[in-house]
Design a binder for this molecule. Structure first.
Ligand SMILES: C[S@@+](CC[C@H](N)C(=O)[O-])C[C@H]1O[C@@H](n2cnc3c(N)ncnc32)[C@H](O)[C@@H]1O
Length: 294
């Protein structure tokens, strides 16, 4: 764990006392911190309303963690295969002041060198994978959405008209999240390993990547292995909910979840596709299914 006294940069820290408190109602909004592709932020409260009582909560495809914000309690587990992301979340939990100071310093450097500084950080991130740099890129890239090349490099460009999120606004979101993440464990693991110690009475929310969307994620999904894991959780008495398939505009992303694996399927309207907007494609309605084993 990094100490806030050992800052990389000697920029002033915005103290928690100076930021506006954010409500933590389990039905309220999830403050926007990391806009990951496939984010469930706008539907998080709806999905959370299907959650059963549980002992321990698991979110093994964490991304931007919208559900973790609403459902996480001390002892919960968030997992993702992408290490800079799980390191970022651990930093929010353990040292929010460091993250805010780092962003404030980098944001100031950006204002003096627009957009050159963005590309310096992007090259550095693709070499070193520092979570602080991932954070800076996410705050300043086009529409704040992560995008990778086939090689796995971050390749989204600078959002020219925006100049990056104001540090005070960022500080506000970081402290709200830091409160929610106390006592939560982060694992940089494949989903199967993350849920391997889930037991009777625990609850898992799965939000795997769309198979058609591989270039926007690190890692691909083998659907038959995934279904074997669901089946194994059924045997162990672990409850789970799964966001999957759906229809985007004219395109159906209907991958088969065998009916014997789940009990119920709810159709949720998830609004318009953020990815289509980023790619300047047509804005399309997206419908998603929520599969439940209870
Ligand atoms: C659809 S996103 C999750 C979005 C998240 N629910 C949110 O609201 O932001 C899927 C995530 O799964 C991760 N992932 C992909 N393959 C994985 C695997 N085999 N095991 C664990 N995580 C994986 C990706 O890095 C990505 O962060």
């Amino acid at each position: 764990m990094r100490s806030s006294t050992a800052l990389l940069f000697d920029f002033d820290v915005i103290p928690e006392a100076k930021v506006r408190p954010v409500s933590h109602s389990s039905h309220g909004d999830v403050p926007s911190l990391l806009k990951w592709t496939g984010s469930k932020r706008s539907q998080a409260a709806r999905i959370a309303s299907f959650a059963p009582e549980f002992k321990r909560y698991y979110e093994p495809f964490l991304g931007g963690g919208a559900l973790l914000y609403l459902l996480g309690t001390p002892g919960s587990v968030g997992g993702d295969i992408y290490e800079p992301l799980t390191e970022f979340w651990a930093l929010v939990r353990d040292d929010p002041a460091h993250l805010i100071a780092d962003y404030s310093r980098q944001w100031a450097a950006l204002q003096k060198d627009l957009p050159g500084y963005f590309y310096i950080v992007r090259d550095r991130f693709n070499e070193t994978h520092r979570p602080e740099d991932l954070n800076f890129l996410m705050r300043t890239c086009v529409n704040g959405i992560v995008r990778f090349s086939k090689k796995g490099d971050f390749n989204n460009s600078f959002h020219l008209s925006r100049k990056g999120m104001q540090p005070s606004r960022f500080a506000n979101a970081v402290y709200a999240w830091a409160h929610r993440l106390k006592g939560i464990e982060f694992r940089c693991k494949d989903f199967e390993e993350t849920v391997s110690d889930a037991q009777d009475g625990d609850f898992v929310y799965f939000d795997p990547p769309y198979a058609g969307n591989v270039q926007r994620y690190i890692g691909d999904l083998d659907v038959s292995r995934f279904c074997r894991v669901l089946d194994e959780l059924n045997r162990r008495g672990v409850k789970w909910a799964l966001s999957f398939d759906g229809v985007r505009g004219e395109t159906a992303y209907d991958y088969t979840i065998p009916p014997e694996v789940y009990r119920r399927k709810e159709l949720l309207d998830s609004g318009y596709s953020a990815v289509s907007k980023v790619l300047n494609g047509p804005v399309e309605m997206v419908t998603e299914s929520l599969y439940l084993n209870y």
